[in-house]
Design a protein around this ligand. Structure first.
Ligand SMILES: Cc1ncc(C[n+]2csc(CCOP(=O)(O)OP(=O)(O)O)c2C)c(N)n1
Ligand SMILES: [Mg+2]
Length: 656
């Protein structure tokens, strides 16, 4: 048995025509064109015939293999892995090398025409990029990391995918199969480590095992919209058929590469109950989330029929345009005052595809009759008790519900919300067009919004910047938007943009990030340059972990501590990496510099130096928050005079 031999050279020879061949690149573009909308997961069709790879090695002959065996006896486990991923329609893998995955890298090297490898600078970025890719394309995101430290680095990005329900497959290496558990180099038990984050989590044991494991991992990720993990010991990656005895129970090619998406439609009886409840309501509000990203028409048809203002949870921001007459903005601390008011005043609530976490923003328990639509039955009544739960894809369920809905004549509730939305938009404009120095952060997002393409893909990081992005970036036409919703991690913004730019060459891709969040994965600017990804990184530089500074004051009543950041010259750093770097300090220049940066053909970083004392306060302020704030000032907050001055200048309800 020769467990170390690989077939790479022979393999490379066997596939010379495949490299950069028109045929395979066409297949890639077909995959891209067939990208479904987020929310409706699909996998590219399996090719009609599988490429037969025939080659000879010693006295082995490929055609001696059992009927149906698609690859030769000398194909490695890593070859099988790569081929199966390709058969599933995977064409992009984000990752970082290491000796624990050299076998897999060889399989990738020999298939560069079919499987793009995007090398990031930190494995966490690979997992975020895979998550962003899944969010924006609706397809499986795949990331790859080496044994031990590489696998550990993936975790935060994978939790982000799990928390926001994205199908991501993580592939890792492991130490030699017969040294696992012996304190050998990089012997971290990744099977155990990934037990919580991954719904499917398996170690591959040999060539006869790998295909079925890949199939199960992918099907689990797609069906349950979550994370799967496959780990392959370093030596096993290079095993070929001759290294491994297939057990007699394991029938060749027993496992299939077809994903059949569930399309449940609730029974007529339940649809009628839901419709009755909605028809009886006089103040109906819709709260929509990421489950509605593919249901724009259906959401708006229902809103029109019942005169319902539509509130968007942030992951569902791109579901309907922000200036649509039914849209009244986002909910929660980052949301709008009209949305907050409508949720408190409604008598009927339709929650569609959202697990928005903060319960205090829902109607008080018992105040609003609720219909909830969700793919997952376990999520009905998660945050707010529902009278009727409808299980299924929001689009399908809303289509089934619509014929049972009576059009409401009384539009007064909607009109009231629309009026306050007009006032809110005026307030946002006022805030966004101030000429104060230091520049207000809202000025940056205000101007950025005006300059974005109608199909721009915008990612936000976590921090006060999420408030500015949520309120100022207005969804139009085919724009897409996301951020780390449930995990609310820092660092996701830039790698999400990498995922988006790789998936959609030619589309405008922008991320809005804080100086704290960007610093965490700053090396990824080099990734943009390496792959010529023309991402525009807008970094709001306040030299502080702003969100936490405000939380310490407004939620705890304490002066800020441990939040100041050592300033970094981000524009200079960008230039050092080979990207363009711009700086905005004066609001007068904001529009022209942003315009220049967006027009730059390659990657660019725009460093916007802003006022660290501009508070990201909620649409409506509670008395308790105001009191805590005063308490923090009284305890000796060092910036108190500057903060008080800022707040006094902001007269309207956005602030205290
Ligand atoms: C990985 C991680 N660490 C810490 C936090 C807590 N946290 C949330 S927002 C934030 C501050 C973000 O600062 P920055 O990126 O500068 O944006 P700003 O709030 O200043 O706009 C912190 C520390 C987090 N969400 N994720
Ligand atoms: Mg900051």
């Amino acid at each position: 048995m020769n467990r170390t031999s690989t077939m790479t050279d022979i393999y490379a020879e066997a596939l010379p025509d495949a490299r950069n061949s028109k045929k395979s690149s066409k297949r890639h573009s077909q995959l891209k064109e067939s990208n479904p909308l987020p929310g409706s997961f699909e996998i590219a069709k399996r090719p009609e015939t599988h490429r037969q790879i025939r080659r000879t090695r010693g006295n082995e002959r490929a055609d001696d293999f059992p009927e149906g065996e698609r690859m030769s006896k000398t194909a490695t486990v890593a070859d099988h892995l790569a081929e199966r991923l390709i058969e599933w329609g995977v064409d992009t893998i984000f990752g970082f090398p290491g000796d624990g995955i050299n076998g897999i890298f060889e399989a990738l090297r020999t298939r560069q025409d079919k499987l793009r490898f995007i090398q990031v600078r930190h494995e966490e970025a690979a997992a975020f990029a895979a998550c962003g890719y899944a969010k924006y394309t609706g397809r499986l995101g795949v990331c790859l990391a080496t044994s031990g430290p590489g696998g550990i680095h993936l975790l935060n990005g994978l939790y982000d995918a799990r928390c926001d329900g994205q199908p991501v497959l993580a592939i890792t290496g492991h130490t030699f199969h017969d040294l696992i558990g012996t304190h050998y180099q990089q012997d971290v038990d990744l099977d155990k480590l990934f037990m919580d984050v991954a719904a499917y989590n398996q170690r591959v044991m040999g060539p006869a095992h790998v295909i079925a494991v890949v199939d199960e991992a992918i099907k689990t990720s797609l069906t349950r919209r979550t994370v799967s993990h496959i780990t392959i010991p370093k030596d096993i990656q290079e095993w070929t058929k001759s290294d491994d005895e297939r057990s007699s129970a394991n029938i060749v090619n027993h496992s299939g590469d077809l994903f059949a998406a569930p399309h449940p439609v609730p029974p007529e009886e339940l649809l009628k109950r839901a419709a009755d409840l909605i028809n009886k309501g006089s103040r109906v509000v819709m709260l929509i989330g990421r489950g509605c990203l593919n249901a724009r028409e259906e959401v708006l048809a229902l809103a029109e029929a019942v005169g319902a203002p539509v509130v968007k949870a942030l992951l569902g921001k791109a579901a309907i345009p922000d200036r649509n007459p039914y849209a009244i903005g986002g909910t929660g601390l980052l949301g709008t005052a009209p949305a907050q008011d409508a949720l408190q005043e409604c008598d009927t609530l339709i929650i569609a595809g959202s697990g928005f976490p903060y319960m205090e923003f829902y109607p008080k328990p018992g105040k609003a009759k609720t219909v909830q639509i969700d793919l997952d039955p376990a999520r009905i009544g998660l945050r707010h008790a529902a009278e009727v739960g409808l299980i299924g894809d929001c689009r399908t369920v809303l289509q089934a519900l619509q014929p049972l809905i009576e059009r409401k004549k009384d539009r007064s509730f909607l009109e009231k919300a629309q009026k306050s939305m007009t006032a809110w938009n005026e307030l946002m404009e006022k805030r966004g067009t101030r000429s104060d120095m230091p520049m207000k952060p809202q000025v940056v997002t205000w101007h950025l919004n005006k300059l974005l393409d109608s199909d721009a893909i915008v990612s936000s990081d976590s921090g006060t910047i999420a408030t500015w992005s949520a309120r100022y970036i207005e969804i139009r036409d085919r724009m897409q938007f996301s951020l780390s919703g449930s995990l609310a991690t820092m660092g996701n913004g830039l790698p999400y943009s990498i995922g988006a730019a790789v998936a959609y060459p030619g589309r405008q891709v922008v991320c809005v990030v804080g100086d704290g969040g960007l610093t965490m994965l700053l090396g990824e600017i080099a990734t943009l340059v390496k792959y010529k990804l023309p991402v525009k990184v807008i970094v709001i530089k306040n030299n502080v972990l702003g969100e936490i500074k405000w939380e310490q004051m407004a939620q705890e009543g304490n002066p800020q501590f441990g939040v100041e950041l050592q300033p970094i010259d981000f524009a200079g750093y960008a230039r050092c990496c080979g990207a363009a770097g711009f700086t905005i300090e004066d609001p007068k220049d904001a529009e022209s510099i942003l315009r220049q940066a967006l027009a730059h053909p390659g990657p660019a970083v725009v460093e916007a130096v802003v006022d660290p004392n501009e508070p990201p306060l909620p649409g409506n302020i509670s008395g308790e928050e105001a009191l805590k704030f005063v308490e923090a000032m009284a305890k000796g907050e060092k910036d108190r005079w500057k903060i008080i001055k800022t707040i006094l200048q902001d007269k309207i309800r956005e602030v205290i």
